[in-house]
Design a protein around this ligand. Sequence first.
Ligand code: ZN
Length: 392
Amino acid sequence: MERERRGLSSTSLIRSYNVVSVLQTLYREGACSRARLAKVTKMSPATITRIVSELLSQGIITEHGIGKSNGGRKPILLKLSYEKLFIIGIQIRRDQVALGLADLKGKLMRKTSYSPYSLEPDTLIRELVQELQNLMQNANVKKEHILGVGVAISGIVESERGILLQSVNLGWRDVPVAEMLEKYLDFPVVVENDANAAALAELWFGNPKNVANFLLLKTSTGVGAGIIYNRKLLTGPRGMAGEIGHIPLKKDGQPCRCGQQGCLETYLYFPDVLKRYQSETGKELKDWLELYTKVLNRDPVACQILEDLIEILSIAISLCGGLLDLDMVIISGIWANFKELLIERLERKFQTTLELSGLKKKISVHCSTLGEDSDLLGAVGLFTQKWFTPPI
Ligand SMILES: [Zn+2]
């Protein structure tokens, strides 16, 4: 909390505590009068008038028609200009760092990506800050109109303190990512695990608009699950909720790089899958499309790989579905490309398990439609969520 409070008390207008309260109220309530703002924020009418006139002069809010009168003069309604305030989304992975500038509706105005020069935390952060400054300059966006930064990072994250506890992908341990970025940027920074960020992106910008409980299975840099429970991110006290990749689900299954056998990750993690194909056939496949084509052409090893994947995924989904009463599972990353070869057979398999175990429920499986922007949008979404959810 200490870190967050420091961000809020920044001298910049839109990050001062009172202004944030006004912006949060307008975001939550839509159009709203000065009197209503004063009532909700518990600030004096004089303070509200001063803040509103400053925000109006900067174009951050606009006047938006006339509201209903409670006896006296009809009040002028005020509204946020969604395209005048921005959030920066950052995605950090071993092979790629991506940056995006989005408006308050989550529309990505600009984005860029690059391969990091070094994976040493300090060097990577300094390079990132440089790239970010270039992006802001090219987009011609005033620093004062940026609310903050959301970071999606591969690994276990203690989001409250903005610390990356451990990342196998980056080889990092106990890196205070938020603090390091805030030192250079003077924006509040929120950090979250990438699967959690991608799940938030689905909640905010993707398919399951009316779904309360779902799980997103991320299959790019290893396997992680982001859980949305009751339309909120479920992280657990140590940020480890959804870390299901290395729980063995199949007795005497495929050997995994963690030293165990039958882990979900070894059936989904693509480099492992390609290695398995090569060891069983002596032939090398270069990407997912080659495996996909092999399955279409009924290549027996490729078909077996997919069959095993469906079996183990079905166990994982039945387990998580029963445990969390899920409505939906979303597959993102490389395996989302196998949509028509995967979904129907998978649904049939775990649905049979659920029925036989007496659970009268249906879980639908979808592939993510957000594509490669999913993590960036997730990073934006997680900042939006933190910023506009008032502390209880
Ligand atoms: Zn494992």
